[in-house]
Design a protein around this ligand. Structure first.
Ligand code: MN
Length: 320
């Protein structure tokens, strides 16, 4: 077990798979399905081995997003109720993000409220595109409106990019390097684009207390922040708002370390956003726990900042 100087360790992008969703997706949809479906066997064993005190659980993609509006609402309710029952059985080890039936935005807002008020969920996770549409589209704003009212964040998590993007940008290399569709690049393109679009959409002007979480060290955006901000802030097209990109990003976004255990990326993110904006996570079971906790034990930071990242910041954000 990794020793973290007695600092509590909370990991917040840790996935599972509900049996009903698994059945709907069919065999072979996810090579990690056995580990994802495990809740209290190998999951807890590996948390203990790596020194992870609490996992905030979220359903793996597509959650309740891919089954139609009407069926999605019913499915999300059942999935979230089952997750709530499990978390209630081990409240000292687990907390939860809701899955939302995003094809019904109003239904998603209601489900979020139900999960937060009835089950004590900490927010919700959304995955990539819904009906091939980005989540910044105004049709989805009821979700953000409700998240602000409930004072909970929305975790914007990757899913495979739009098939046309794959076709034009990536397909030549997909056969030999299928990870290019996912963590090697496709997820990053898709989710960084979502983050950028959310800032431009004006959703934070409408809902000034809204908070978004991005995984994978901010999907590259902290590294690009100066350049994006430099050119965006200089835009002065008549009738179009000037967007102080960095100011909006740093005020409304938190980022996590999921699957990106790089000292250089972490230090860059701290320099751009501040240590208060960074949350530890692993991305279990896609990523093993110990490389994450071993890395945090040796990052070139003082105990104060390590404490913030390992659990201090998330306890404030999620009121844990
Ligand atoms: Mn993940």
């Amino acid at each position: 077990m990794t020793v973290q100087d007695g600092i509590q360790v909370i990991a917040i992008e840790e996935h599972y798979l509900d049996a009903e969703v698994d059945g709907l997706m069919g065999p072979g949809f996810n090579p990690f399905r056995e580990r994802l479906a495990d809740l209290s066997g190998v999951r807890i064993k590996e948390m203990d081995e790596a020194g992870i005190d609490i996992q905030v659980l979220s359903h793996c993609p597509p959650g309740a997003q891919a089954f139609g509006a009407e069926a999605g609402v019913i499915l999300a309710k059942n999935v979230n109720d089952r997750l709530a029952e499990f978390v209630a059985s081990k409240p000292d080890r687990f907390a939860a993000f809701a899955t939302l039936p995003t094809q019904d935005p109003k239904g998603s807002a209601d489900e979020l409220e139900r999960c937060v008020k009835d089950h004590g969920f900490k927010g919700a996770m959304v995955h990539g595109l819904t009906d091939l549409t980005f989540i910044d589209d105004k049709r989805f704003w009821p979700i953000f409106e409700r998240a602000e009212a409930l004072d909970v964040p929305i975790y914007v998590h990757p899913a495979p990019p739009h098939p046309q993007l794959v076709d034009i940008y990536l397909k030549d290399y997909v056969e030999d390097y299928p990870v290019i569709l996912g963590p090697a690049w496709g997820f990053t393109m898709e989710t960084a684009t979502t983050g950028l679009r959310l800032v431009l959409s004006g959703v934070f002007k409408k809902y000034p207390k809204l908070r978004i979480i991005l995984g994978h060290m901010g999907e590259g955006l902290p590294f690009l922040l100066w350049r994006i901000n430099h050119v965006m802030s200089a835009m002065n097209k008549p009738g179009v708002d000037v967007v102080p990109f960095k100011e909006i990003f740093c005020e409304h976004f938190y980022i996590t370390t999921s699957g990106n255990f790089s000292d250089a990326a972490l230090l860059c993110s701290i320099m751009e956003m501040g240590a208060d904006r960074i949350l530890f996570s692993v991305d279990w079971p896609y990523i093993e726990n110990s490389p994450g906790t071993d890395w945090m034990a040796q990052v070139p930071l003082g105990k104060e900042d390590r404490t913030k990242i390992l659990s201090g910041n998330v306890k404030k954000l999620l009121k844990m």
